[in-house]
Design a binder for this molecule. Structure first.
Ligand SMILES: [Zn+2]
Length: 432
């Protein structure tokens, strides 16, 4: 479980997350239009539209994200008008690389100094939060040239984001076996003491991949923390060994991006999928592309894995760094690709970046029902397929507060209307 879960609620503005907030007129994926009352960081009540609206103080629908955040203070519930919005459990970013994000345009060697990493990691996390990811898991390299500097910086960012988003860090040592491995192991232990909450890395890059996995599992078991390893999964025998070793570990093992599985003969890939399912291993695929720590081999065969019973989540991976010069860090883009390129239904695709991603991160489930955590994303539109296609306008809620708001306005020139064209339903306001 990410250690951020154990921190007391705190917000940078000094506001607690206990203030009530009423979301009015939101559409749910089952077609209902509802009011949703939030309080104490949870969903307190869900009722038919208008049924919870009494006793509220003022509308915040036209405010900016800043005024929304401060405006929610007070005894009475503040109100956000979600007419025209689809309300969803918030997505989570299951596979980010904060320390290298946004470096594609840089010149010369990559800077790992505290300031540079903090700036990049903050910018990347806020970008991802703006898209709706209120929880993020970021892989951070430890050892080698950067030592523990990059991790130190990302942990500082994690603290400064508290109240906005939960950021958990995965420590990624390079080598854990042989003579060089002793340093790697010491560094990994220090990383966990400092606050990294997950043990990770790339066993395939170690001269002894099995020894690497043994070291990782032993340390994780000692510290009671989850494991999240990089592999392209293109070597079935090696993957079978890793899967067999991973099976016993609680709180769980995640592998990603596993793109190489798609290149294996179908019967070999199917056997690997059965083994992953039996071992309870989660796969985080990266539909937008791989990341620097795994070969680019396309996306893991999500339908095959799902059919075998493997929990499959999707993350963004590289975000404008050496291994992917572009990137939005948008979970809805990952879901869009799962639907458009890999044959998942929109509901299944969104599940991969929300329910499955949160489960992969060890976070409690979110449903738009009373009692569940108030981690929500409102997207302009009235259905999931539309939301995955054109999700420009979004309102992001973390611990019961609006933490980000994006509003898109599209206008057509006058001649469009004059020529008798019937403008889209949202007319000149917002594309949806
Ligand atoms: Zn990665």
């Amino acid at each position: 479980m990410p250690d951020s879960q154990q921190q007391p609620p705190h917000s940078p503005s000094g506001q607690t997350d206990t203030a009530a907030l009423l979301l009015c007129g939101a559409r749910l994926t089952d077609g209902r239009t509802v009011d949703v009352r939030l309080g104490g960081g949870r969903i307190e009540a869900v009722g038919t539209a208008g049924s919870l609206a009494t006793g509220t103080a003022g509308s915040l629908a036209t405010g900016t994200a800043g005024s929304l955040a401060t405006g929610a203070a007070g005894a009475l519930a503040a109100k956000v008008d979600l007419t025209g919005y689809l309300l969803l459990p918030a997505p989570a970013e299951a596979h980010a690389h904060s320390d290298t994000a946004l470096t594609a345009d840089g010149h010369g060697p990559l800077a790992y100094d505290d300031r540079a990493v903090r700036r990049r990691a903050t910018e990347a996390a806020l970008l991802q939060l703006g898209h709706g990811a209120t929880a993020l898991r970021s892989h951070v390299r430890v050892g080698d040239v950067q030592g523990l500097d990059a991790l130190t910086a990302v942990l500082e960012v994690r603290r400064s984001l508290r109240g906005l988003a939960d950021l958990a860090t995965v420590a990624m040592p390079r080598v854990l076996t042989g003579t060089a491995g002793a340093d790697g192991l010491a560094m990994l232990r220090d990383a966990l003491k400092m606050g990294a909450s997950v043990v990770g890395g790339c066993p395939d890059a170690d001269p002894d991949p099995t020894g690497y996995v043994e070291a990782v599992l032993e340390l994780a078991s000692e510290h009671g923390c989850p494991v999240d390893l990089h592999t392209d999964a293109s070597d079935p025998a090696r993957l079978a060994r890793l899967t067999a070793m991973a099976g016993g570990l609680r709180p769980g093992v995640t592998l990603g991006p596993c793109g190489g599985l798609g290149g294996l003969p179908p019967e070999v890939a199917a056997r690997a999928a059965d083994q992953l399912a039996a071992a309870g291993v989660t796969v985080v695929c990266l539909p937008q592309g791989a990341c620097g720590s795994a070969d680019r081999r396309g996306t893991a065969p999500v339908r095959l894995l799902r059919a075998a019973g493997v929990r499959v989540a999707a993350g963004s991976g590289a975000l404008r760094d050496v291994s992917n010069p572009v990137g939005r860090g948008d979970p809805l883009e990952a879901a869009y690709l799962l639907a458009s390129r890999y044959g998942l239904r929109p509901e299944e695709a969104y599940d991969a970046v929300s329910r499955a991603a949160r489960a992969a991160l060890g976070l409690p489930e979110v449903r738009v029902e009373a009692g569940f955590p108030a981690e929500l994303l409102a997207v302009r539109g009235d259905g999931l397929a539309g939301a995955l296609s054109l999700a420009y306008s979004r309102i992001v809620i973390h611990r019961g507060r609006v933490v980000a708001r994006t509003s898109a306005v599209r206008e057509y020139c006058d001649s469009a209307a004059e020529s008798g064209l019937e403008l889209p339903r949202q007319g000149r306001e917002e594309p949806s």
